[in-house]
Design a binder for this molecule. Sequence first.
Ligand SMILES: NC(=O)c1ccc[n+]([C@@H]2O[C@H](COP(=O)([O-])OP(=O)(O)OC[C@H]3O[C@@H](n4cnc5c(N)ncnc54)[C@H](O)[C@@H]3O)[C@@H](O)[C@H]2O)c1
Length: 216
Amino acid sequence: MIERAAQGSRERLPLGVAARLSRYLQVLTQAKKMGRSTISSQELAEYTHVNPTQIRRDLSGFGKFGKRGVGYNVDALVSQIRKILRTAGRRHNIALFGAGRLGQAIAGSEIFADHGFRVVAVFDVDPDKIGMEVRPGLRVQPYAEMRRVIEEEGVVVGVLAVPSSVAQQVADDLVAAGVRIIFNYSEALLQVPPEVTVHTSSPAVDLLYALYFYLT
Ligand SMILES: NC(=O)c1ccc[n+]([C@@H]2O[C@H](COP(=O)([O-])OP(=O)(O)OC[C@H]3O[C@@H](n4cnc5c(N)ncnc54)[C@H](O)[C@@H]3O)[C@@H](O)[C@H]2O)c1
């Protein structure tokens, strides 16, 4: 059903559906890394906290991949969901702001590597950090260069690993540079125009969410 609604049109998926598909994709990618070839809707439910009926409904368009008693074929489901989320075969370039403790950890790790995300630029204002190699082949660039680099590299996501006090300014500059997705690690409440999406990552909030399931 979702497949039919999304394929062949530029129509957007409802936010809830897109969010659930992303969660299924996350679990499926982990399962794949662990060498699993099939997964049941019951297991997907346990890992995503989405109820199995909802999962089966969401994935009803993938009927031929879901076999009773066997579950879904992980590879097939990953590629179908990527197609629907329009991430199949695409590379999404990320610019990271702040090369401090968190920024260096992000740049040096593979946390954004799944699903085609790649950190292609890192910016800082601290002269001591500019030029520093955060990953082989990736050096910290001066913040003043952000606009030019964003255009040249086709950056679509800005990740904020800067102090909260400067996060709004960086967000404003990103919006002015045409970036429409901001992943915010700082605690600042960011004001952005409606066409811009801000995702704030907070381990404490994620833990609260986990606690909610534990307590009920
Ligand atoms: N959500 C999380 O999981 C999580 C975890 C750790 C830290 N944080 C937050 O991430 C942010 C960074 O934390 P940290 O420990 O790495 O701090 P840090 O002080 O080590 O690093 C911050 C870096 O930002 C740079 N910076 C300052 N202004 C800038 C600007 N305008 N443009 C680009 N770079 C700029 C600084 O020079 C510094 O290198 C903080 O807001 C912190 O609260 C979030």
